[in-house]
Design a protein around this ligand. Structure first.
Ligand SMILES: O=C(O)CCC(=O)C(=O)O
Length: 277
């Protein structure tokens, strides 16, 4: 992570890393999702994410698909390799630290035309949240829960999808409800555009959410939420399903270690995505 990227993440709470996956790899991921498309759950009723916002509501719910890491081969393979991808590891070491671990099991967000948005959320201010935080100390950043979002479809201006309020990860005042509902001060909200194959990394501390999807093509974003090696937000590791652990490489398994101190013989990754000896 170079000086400019570090500056941008510190300032804005997110970074877009371009073209981590090539076109063939994106096709492979999309084929695996197509194969499991009948398992996508569209959120309706109590599972709706737009609250009572007039501007976030849609004509359909967001589609969620989990369990990607536990699929049969070859479908699970491209998603498993995202855990320790050599392009990503140096960023995750700089953002979270060595020994980063998978916190929530990976999942796809899928949105078809008309899908509702998600009320903005994040943990910045006024209290300290020991699971979701952004701290700069001793010359480097420290992040709690961090989202790694792999884009499998283009997101163009006006399409909708992920938005952030840059800088709020360092805010001291909680975000007022009309802003969280995207009903006021839309000018401070940034829509993240990107190409299929890009990866967006953002700290859960930054206020973020989703605006309704308006494009003809479906949105597809695969999210992995990572935490520092000593931190757990979610209890999914206790235990990970056997289907998830089965046949994992040592590097993939290292990212699925439970939370404990890195000093206690925790397997950690080298920058190239293999396990340090
Ligand atoms: O639409 C997005 O990418 C944001 C999703 C999100 O923040 C969430 O599911 O908690």
């Amino acid at each position: 992570m170079n000086e400019t990227e570090t500056f941008l993440f510190d300032l804005q709470g997110y970074i877009v890393i371009p073209q981590v996956l090539n076109a063939d790899e994106v096709t492979q991921c999309n084929a695996a999702i197509d194969h499991h498309a009948d398992q996508i759950n569209e959120r309706t009723g109590d599972l709706s994410l737009s609250s009572d916002s007039a501007t976030l509501k849609g004509t359909t719910g967001r589609g969620d698909l989990g369990g990607l890491l536990g699929w049969d081969h070859p479908w699970c393979d491209p998603f498993r390799s995202m855990l320790c991808h050599p392009r990503l590891v140096p960023y995750l070491h700089a953002i979270i630290g060595k020994g980063y671990r998978l916190d929530h099991s990976g999942g796809l967000i899928s949105m078809r035309k008309g899908a509702e948005g998600h009320i903005f959320h994040g943990s910045s201010g006024p209290g300290f949240d020991p699971n979701q935080y952004y701290i700069w100390r001793n010359g480097r950043m420290h992040n709690g829960l961090t989202v790694v979002a792999w884009q499998l479809a283009d997101v163009n201006p006006g399409d909708g999808g992920l938005v952030v309020i840059p800088g709020t990860h360092k805010g001291n005042v909680s975000c007022p409800t009309p802003i969280r509902k995207w009903e006021a001060h839309q000018e401070i909200v940034r829509h993240i555009t990107c190409k299929a194959g890009d990866v967006v990394v953002f700290t859960e501390a930054v206020t973020h959410g989703t605006i309704p999807w308006t494009a003809d093509h479906d949105r597809r974003s695969v999210l992995f939420r990572m935490s520092p090696g000593n931190v757990a937000y979610a209890p999914g590791y206790n235990p990970w399903p056997e289907t998830v652990l089965r046949d994992m490489t040592p590097a993939q398994r290292a990212v699925l270690e439970p939370p404990y101190h890195t000093r206690l013989d925790r397997p950690v990754l080298k920058e190239d995505g293999t396990v340090e000896e």
